[in-house]
Design a protein around this ligand. Sequence first.
Ligand SMILES: [Cu+2]
Length: 285
Amino acid sequence: MGDMLKRLSVFVLTLMAGAMVLGGEVMAQQYRSEPWQMGFQEPRSPSAERIFAFHDMLLVIEAAIVIFVLGIMTYIIVKFNSKANPTPSKTSHNTLLEVVWTIVPIIILVVIAVPSLKLLYFTDRTYDPELTIKVTGNQWYWTYEYPDNNDIEFDSVYVPDDELEEGQPRMLSVDSPLVLPVDTNIRILLASNDVIHNFAMPALGLKLDTTPGRANETWVSINDEGTYYGMCSELCGVNHGFMPVQIEAVSKEAFNEWLVSAEEEFGSNDSRSDEVVKFAAALGQ
Ligand SMILES: [Cu+2]
């Protein structure tokens, strides 16, 4: 009897493990914020890595300043209150002290400014883009274009609650996600058809306004394959909360395969443009 129970439990465990492996294969890795999450998501792009590291450095500096100021204040309150120190000193100037409390904050600001500017320039643009995409904000959905790839153009609209499929997070999923290759320098051009929107993807360190009448530029190189979730982050009207950003990051090979079908579905004609051939060649395809 015991033997049979043991065999049964091994069988059930094997089934469960099998289901987990299968589930893992079917469901792509999802990168998004979790309920009650504290802090950032794991960085998944060179920009995000640097932004989050800079944030951590600032946090240390800020904490040190807060502790220092709090310490001095506590010391003064205890040592120099009217009971402990009934006859206060009449000192009004101290040259050394005044020089120190001017110079030290300047040094702290310079220590912050140098890496801050370096980071700004790093995240600003890539000088060697392998792929260009254009993102246009609309009330209330996104339009994605691949100008180098047969002018692929499609709209990306959120999936309402009653149409969600299994595994699709609510209010974050779209019908046609932005498909991008990993480990590729991607130039992103941003524009808007109506009001100011904001194209934001936390795990990739992306957050830039799409402004009417103006083209903004940024870039990304995605480290890991998977599904990334973000959202419009500029209050843009009544359905602002219903224009999520979903990026499918796939291997370069899978991306090239997707390009072929996307050109047929969304392209301006059905043949591969010169730019696609060039891009594919650059990728060694
Ligand atoms: Cu918006």
